[in-house]
Design a protein around this ligand. Structure first.
Ligand code: HEC
Length: 159
């Protein structure tokens, strides 16, 4: 989890070291962004709005769109797990613009990461699958619970 958090905020995962997950999914805006479409590497504009990524750990997430299966991710449901989802922006040419091989090379060169991978997985080794798992586990921790401090009255009030 600590590893996932480091990766989420680490701009070195992008091709030129300027973009991290958090550049678009900004903690101060519920891990979203205020602009109409995303701005990625070298100022490149995406086609879609950055969605909030809070509460994605809840297993049964219904879909607003009839072609998107429940529990799938992205506006069009193309990722079936948070692990699958996590690898996409890194290699997306208008988001972080890197490749998975380059990302692994970069993380291998940053010496402090080796220890974090060992700590998280119980054995050394930096792989694409482990990066995906660590980032996805971090995203699953972003959960907000609504607590009605005045009982259920606010839900039942009729006028
Ligand atoms: C350049 C901006 C940008 C970056 C960088 C970026 N994202 Fe996203 N993210 C988006 C946009 C835009 C979407 C919606 C895209 C779509 O649905 O096609 C999205 C969608 C998602 C979703 C799916 C949300 C849902 O409800 O289906 C998750 C989870 C997510 N991003 C996590 C990440 C993680 C983890 C990283 C880093 C590895 C990352 N993002 C990097 C812009 C970005």
């Amino acid at each position: 989890m600590r590893l996932g958090r480091w990766l989420f905020f680490d701009k070195r995962l992008s091709r030129d070291g300027t973009i991290s997950c958090a550049t678009c999914h900004q903690p101060e805006y519920a891990f979203s962004q205020t602009t109409r479409v995303a701005t990625g590497i070298a100022g490149g504009k995406g086609k879609r709005k950055v969605p909030t990524i809070i509460n994605l750990a809840v297993p049964l997430r219904w879909s607003n769109f009839k072609d998107v299966p429940a529990g799938a991710f992205f506006w069009d449901g193309r990722a079936r797990s948070l692990e699958e989802q996590a690898l996409e922006p890194i290699a997306n040419p208008t988001e972080m613009g890197s490749t998975h091989t380059t990302m692994i090379d970069t993380l291998t060169r940053i010496r402090s990461y080796a220890a974090y991978f060992t700590e998280a997985f119980g054995a050394p080794g930096i792989t694409k699958e482990r990066i995906a798992q660590a980032v996805a586990d971090y995203v699953r921790t972003l959960v907000v619970t609504l607590v009605l401090t005045d009982g259920s009255r606010s839900l039942t009030r009729t006028r």
